[in-house]
Design a protein around this ligand. Structure first.
Ligand code: BEZ
Length: 161
């Protein structure tokens, strides 16, 4: 069953992309005692993820922080090398934490896998956005397909008020 509003994030490790070596992030500790916006993309460098989804959060990172968001994180079922190249390509700097879930362990644990085998991708993440307060989901918008609607930065900002 997919994760839902009111649920705690699972206690899993993801790899945060940095300018040096990727850094292991314990998700429970990362989200404890603060507000985090977490969004996920089906894949780095894919058209909608690169042209709309990630750029929306980059452009509005300041507005999110003004609404009490301590960290913005983007999860993808991609290996850390791909995510590092994507971060550089998109000029992410330190505005968003790119978190690699290369083996889809986190994505599987929250039940939000997207099987794109027919499109030669393999198993990836559904596109979604979540507001996480002290480790617990207070908003979750999961897209039915690969388009950006309820997982957009506008939907998150609207929810934050
Ligand atoms: C995209 O445009 O972001 C996309 C395209 C195909 C599969 C997944 C994502």
């Amino acid at each position: 069953m997919p994760i839902a509003v009111g649920d705690l994030l699972p206690d899993v490790t993801l790899l945060r992309i940095t300018a040096e070596q990727p850094e292991p992030i314990e998700l429970r500790a990362y989200s404890a005692g603060r507000r985090v916006v977490l969004f996920a993309v089906p894949g780095a460098f894919t058209p909608t993820c690169s042209a709309r989804h990630l750029p929306g959060f980059l452009t509005h990172a300041v507005q999110l922080r003004e609404r009490g968001v301590a960290a913005i994180a983007c999860v993808a079922v991609n290996d850390p090398h791909v995510l590092k190249a994507w971060a550089a390509h998109e000029g992410v700097d330190n505005r968003i934490d790119l978190l690699s879930d290369g083996a889809a362990i986190f994505t599987g644990a929250i039940g939000l896998e997207l099987d794109l085998s027919a499109r030669f991708f393999g198993v990836r993440s559904r596109r979604y956005a979540a507001i996480v307060d002290d480790g617990r989901l207070t908003y979750l918008g999961v897209e039915p397909g690969t388009e950006v609607g309820v997982s957009s930065v506008d939907a998150v900002l609207e929810r934050l008020g």
